[in-house]
Structures are given as C-alpha cells and as structure tokens.
Design a binder for this molecule. Structure first.
Ligand SMILES: [Zn+2]
Length: 251
C-alpha cells in the first residue's frame, strides 16, 4: 500500500499490523558523475520493491529526501537539514500516524549521514511511545556481502559515488549517470585516525570515492536484489510478529 495514493478512509480501514515503511534519502553531491538525488532514488526504489512484494503488509510513505548532509555542503547544489530538523521530520511522520493506531515503523535509509540521526530519532520516540515497534536499517547493510563479492576494484565496500553506488545508479537510473565523467580516484573514506570526523571536501577531490569506472548495471542489480531480499524478509517478520530469543512472541 502506498500512502500517497490512498484516501483517508482507506488508511483508516487498514490492518494495524502493517509496517509503516519510511525511506530516508538525501539531495547531496555525488561526485562529477551521479545526480544529487542518488541516495533518495536508491532508498525509494528498494522500499518500492519491498512494497511490491508485500503490498498487504507494508504502508509505504514518500521518501524523506531532505537528509542530514551538512558534511557535503561545500559542494554546490547539496541541500541539508539540520540534525534537529531531520530528526523532527522523521518523528513527525510517526507522531502523525501513532494516534490512529499504527504501531510498527521501520526506516530504510539510503544515506550514511542519516544513520546516526535516524537512530537518535527512534530512540527518543521509543522513550515517549514504549509500545511502538520501531527500527532502522541502511539498504547497504543488507548488501555488504554481495557487494564485496561482485566488486572488482581494491575497495570492496559500498561508499560514496564509488563502484558500488555507481553500479546501483546504472541499474536503477542509467540515464542520469554521466558515463563520460566516471573516474577512479582510489580514495577510501578510511581516515588515518579512527573516529575522525571530516567533511567531504576534506577527504575527497571531487566528492567521490573509489573506482567508478568499474561500475556496471549487472553489479548494481546484484547489490539491489540483496537489499530488497533482506528488507523484505525483515519487514515480513515485523508484520507477522517476532520474538526476542528466549522471550515469548510479540505481535
Ligand atoms: Zn550516496
């Protein structure tokens, strides 16, 4: 079920065991070769595919596209919410549906910079609404093993505008990829000192990492399918009811 296409009476009649699936993305620089909306397009596509497989169990909201992207603001075109605004925006979606009896909320994220604020938003929500079931995951969390398998460059991790993300773009929105501008900068995103906080203009030359010339639509499909499979499995379990090991089932 796709929230934006429904009427309020249709929403009112829904089974409250359904999982409200909320994609979070960004509009931020992705190197010289990928569009600003890359993270929103990927997270939205993963969520739409999961809704397609589980139409009765999923209530899909529009993608929250204004991400926590302050670390990309040195590159023109990037739009960023403050952490406070991002957190309140996600919480507002939950706070709008909670009074109508919806109890399960799951966030699928397409932008690494949203991971910490997503966690903070949901921890705070869980404190105020202990009865809610809430969780968040990055699509990339499901795709790590497959990405490591299919990637050919020396960096076998899903980073930013890299071999993996460019492959996803070639699979999902090939017309938006500037193929003539693909580049291998070989940059790794791994700081020389663990835990260092840096902005993207400090750690990249053009806003990208890795080996984008090695990207292909086939690799992108494999990475995408792994994300959809993993999220479909988790959302189905949330809808069905689950249990913590050693404890009685929850619904
Ligand atoms: Zn990205």
């Amino acid at each position: 079920m796709i929230l934006s296409r429904m009427t309020w009476r249709e929403v009112e009649d829904l089974d409250r065991a359904c999982v409200v699936l909320i994609p979070t993305g960004a509009l931020e620089q992705h190197g010289p070769h990928l569009p600003l909306f890359t993270d929103s397009l990927i997270a939205g596509a993963v969520a739409e595919a999961v809704e397609h497989y589980l139409p009765a169990e999923v209530l899909l909201t529009p993608t929250l596209w204004l991400g926590a992207s302050a670390h990309h603001l040195a590159f023109a075109g990037t739009l960023s919410a403050s952490f406070e605004a991002f957190i309140r925006s996600l919480q507002s979606v939950i706070e709008s549906l909670e009074p109508h009896g919806f109890e399960k909320f799951f966030v699928v994220n397409g932008h690494g910079g949203n991971t910490e604020p997503n966690g903070l938003a949901l921890r705070e929500i869980k404190t105020r609404f202990p009865n809610l079931t809430v969780g968040h995951v990055g699509y990339f969390d499901y795709s790590r093993a497959v990405a490591a398998e299919v990637m050919e460059g020396p960096i076998r991790e899903i980073r930013h505008a890299c071999e993996a993300e460019t492959s996803l773009a070639l699979h999902l929105f090939p017309d938006l990829v500037r193929r003539d501008l693909l580049r291998d900068d070989g940059l790794t995103a791994n700081p020389p000192i663990a835990g260092l906080v840096a902005t993207f203009d400090e750690v990249t030359e053009e806003g990208s990492f890795g080996y984008a010339t090695l990207a292909s639509a086939e690799k992108g499909k494999a990475i995408f399918d792994a994300a959809v499979d993993g999220l479909t499995r988790d959302v189905a379990a949330l809808a069905r009811g689950f249990q913590f090991e050693g404890l009685p089932p929850r619904d």
